[in-house]
Every structure is written in structure tokens, then in C-alpha cells.
Design a protein around this ligand. Structure first.
Ligand SMILES: N[C@@H](Cc1c[nH]c[nH+]1)C(=O)O
Length: 361
């Protein structure tokens, strides 16, 4: 059998497994409206989606994933609770590694259930893990909700918190902002000059940039206002950095995070959710004592994640993308829900990688 046909067969097996776990098979269009949906993925995918124009329908893109169209479909006419599975191709441009596929299959499992989010997290993780069988993978878990709560709890202006929350996904920019907001980094001379000028927009040459004068003025206003705000305290910065550095087994991570929560009460709720998730995973037979938790895990993937995140990577093969990934995306259901929302979590397996690994075994 040729390789593509084998991958399809393997995908059908995975899909059958997910159906046996309670999921209903669904299909989504290959072409999606880019103007409405592309921003929901965040910067990485926005730069990597194949977008084309259509005179009648506006910008269209080749499906970069299934989660967004499945959420859209569920919010339009799905009954609750719901479990879905899908199998098909997704498309993402590769920027630096031509050897990586720009078109590959995903088989997914998504749970929309408001009853018990911790149990749903554990269910998705366990179902995906079991479907991976014996291939030598290493699992990592994280929680975007803990980071978001820590940022929301900072003692600083709303705008700064918003800026930091937006940059959770870009660790270097996040760090640079934190340095700036805490006064650890000096303001660059060029900016100091800009903020000091009376009429910074009267620069004497035509506007050729992508921003309008009004946008530039608004940005300068915010930089001025920000320059007046009190710095974020050194202690709060240290707490955030200590949190970002948490990287140990789940039970140890929980303990560590609870310690941090003493000085950072804003993360207490999220720490309870982590505790409940660990208990739910344990109840599903996951060996939580050896499972890793990295607070920074998932900070470079889909920007719709806002809670539990996980991935399975191939042991000793850092060159390969993860063979399975997933996470919780409660807020996405609200964005696409037109007034409705439902907690939701899911994950995908790449059957193409699985076939390669099984061949190599
Ligand atoms: N859609 C995600 C995986 C996922 C499914 N459900 C939740 N997350 C991806 O393609 O990376």
C-alpha cells in the first residue's frame, strides 16, 4: 500500500477508537472564511495559513485545524454534552524547515461538556494517550489558565495586564514587556525622545506606514500614560518568573504552585483546577507521579488555549513535531457562540507520524 493510503487507514483506525470512546464523527469544510476565523488562531498560524481571495465570499483559507470549525458547528446547532471526532488534512506553511509537511492528516477528539471540566481534561488526555499505543513518546502538560490568572492578578494598570496577556504566546516579548513595566529595562533613547516631543506626528514627510495617524497618536498616548505608571514590584516579577520556571512532575508542580499561590492569591483558583485535574487523571489510570508539568508548556501554540494543554513528543527525536497535542479552549466557544458558551477541550493525533514511528519500531 502506498504511504498516503496507509496513513488514511491508520487514521480510520484512530477514528474508530475515538468513536468507541463516545465521539460522533463530523466533517468540516476545507475552505474557511479567513476574515472571521484566522485571528482566533493567533500569530503563528496567522502567518502560516494558506489564504486566497474569493470575489463572492471574501478571503478564504485552507483549514489550518479542525477545532475552530468544529466549535463553530457545535455552537450553531450542537446539543450538549457532545463528543466529536474528525479525520482529515490540515494545511500550514512551513517557514524554515522544508522537510516538514505543509499538508498532513489529523484525527481529533473534542469534548463539549459543562459537567466536570477536570474529568473532561483527563478523559481527552487518557483517550489520546491510549490511542498512541506502544510508540515511545514523552508526554508534557501545562496550563495556560495559571499563567493568565497570574498576569490578571498583577498589581498594575489594566492596559499593562492586557499587553502581557496578549504576549503570553510570545515568551521573548513577554519578558521584554515585563522588564519594561518593572523598570528593569531602561526606556530606549528613541522612545524617550518620541514621548518628550510636543508634536511627534508632525514629522514632515508623508505617511507611508500601515498605521493611520490616529493609530500612531493613540499608541504614543498609551506609551506616555504608561511611562507615568508605577513599576510592577520586583517581588511580583520574581513570582511570575518563578511560576514560568516550574517544571517538574505533576504532584511536585502542584505543591510548588500552591506555595507560589500564598504570595500570588490570584492563581489559587487555577491551582485548585490543577489539583482536580491530577485527581481525575489518576482516577483514569494515568501515572501522574511520573507525568511532567511545565508552566511554560504550550506558550507557542494555538492562542485559543486557556487552560490545560498537553503534547506527546517522540523520545529522542527533537527534530519531529509532536505526534499528538491538545488543550482546553473555553473562551473560544464564547467568541464563536453568539451569546452562548460551553467549556470544551480536545486533542489531535497525527497518523502520518504514527505510521512512520511504527515502521521504525
Ligand atoms: N486543533 C489543535 C489541536 C486540538 C484539538 N483540540 C484541541 N486542540 C491543533 O491543530 O493543534
Amino acid at each position: 500500500m502506498d504511504q498516503k493510503a496507509r496513513v488514511k487507514t491508520r487514521a480510520a483506525e484512530l477514528s474508530a477508537r475515538f468513536q468507541a470512546a463516545g465521539a460522533v464523527p463530523v466533517e468540516t469544510p476545507l475552505l474557511l472564511p479567513a476574515e472571521v476565523l484566522l485571528d482566533l488562531y493567533g500569530e503563528d498560524i496567522r502567518g502560516r495559513a494558506y489564504v486566497t481571495s474569493d470575489a463572492l465570499r471574501g478571503e478564504q483559507m485552507l483549514r489550518p485545524d479542525f477545532t475552530v470549525p468544529v466549535v463553530q458547528m457545535h455552537m450553531a446547532h450542537g446539543a450538549e454534552p457532545a463528543r466529536y471526532t474528525y479525520a482529515g488534512e490540515v494545511f500550514r506553511r512551513q517557514e524554515d524547515d522544508a522537510a516538514r509537511a505543509n499538508e498532513y492528516m489529523q484525527v481529533g477528539y473534542e469534548v463539549f461538556d459543562r459537567e466536570n471540566p477536570a474529568a473532561a481534561d483527563a478523559e481527552v488526555f487518557a483517550v489520546v494517550k491510549e490511542a498512541l499505543g506502544d510508540v515511545p513518546v514523552r508526554a508534557a502538560t501545562g496550563d495556560i489558565g495559571i499563567l493568565a490568572a497570574a498576569v490578571a492578578g498583577l498589581d498594575t494598570t489594566e492596559r499593562r495586564k492586557k499587553a502581557l496577556a496578549r504576549h503570553i504566546w510570545r515568551p521573548r516579548r513577554f519578558k521584554a514587556l515585563l522588564d519594561r513595566f518593572s523598570g528593569r529595562a531602561e526606556m530606549p533613547a528613541s522612545r524617550a525622545k518620541l514621548l518628550a516631543a510636543d508634536a511627534p506626528l508632525d514629522h514632515g514627510y508623508p505617511d507611508i506606514g500601515v498605521r493611520t495617524q490616529a493609530e500612531v497618536a493613540a499608541r504614543i498616548d498609551w506609551l506616555r500614560e504608561d511611562a507615568q505608571a508605577a513599576p510592577i514590584s520586583a517581588m511580583q516579577v520574581e513570582l511570575i518568573e518563578a511560576l514560568l520556571a516550574v517544571r517538574e512532575t505533576l504532584p511536585n508542580a502542584l505543591e510548588h504552585i500552591r506555595d507560589l499561590a500564598v504570595d500570588m492569591p490570584a492563581i489559587s483558583e487555577a491551582a485548585y483546577r490543577l489539583r482536580d485535574r491530577i485527581a481525575a487523571m489518576d482516577a483514569r489510570g494515568v501515572d501522574v507521579n511520573t507525568l511532567g508539568f511545565e508552566a511554560s508548556y504550550g506558550r507557542t501554540s494555538m492562542e485559543y488555549y486557556d487552560g490545560f494543554v498537553f503534547g506527546f513528543t517522540v523520545e529522542g527525536r527533537a527534530d519531529l513535531p509532536p505526534v499528538a497535542t491538545g488543550g482546553r479552549y473555553d473562551a473560544l466557544t464564547q467568541v464563536l457562540g453568539q451569546g452562548r458558551e460551553i467549556p470544551a477541550v480536545g486533542g489531535v493525533i497525527r497518523p502520518g507520524l504514527l505510521v512512520d514511528l511504527e515502521d521504525a519500531a
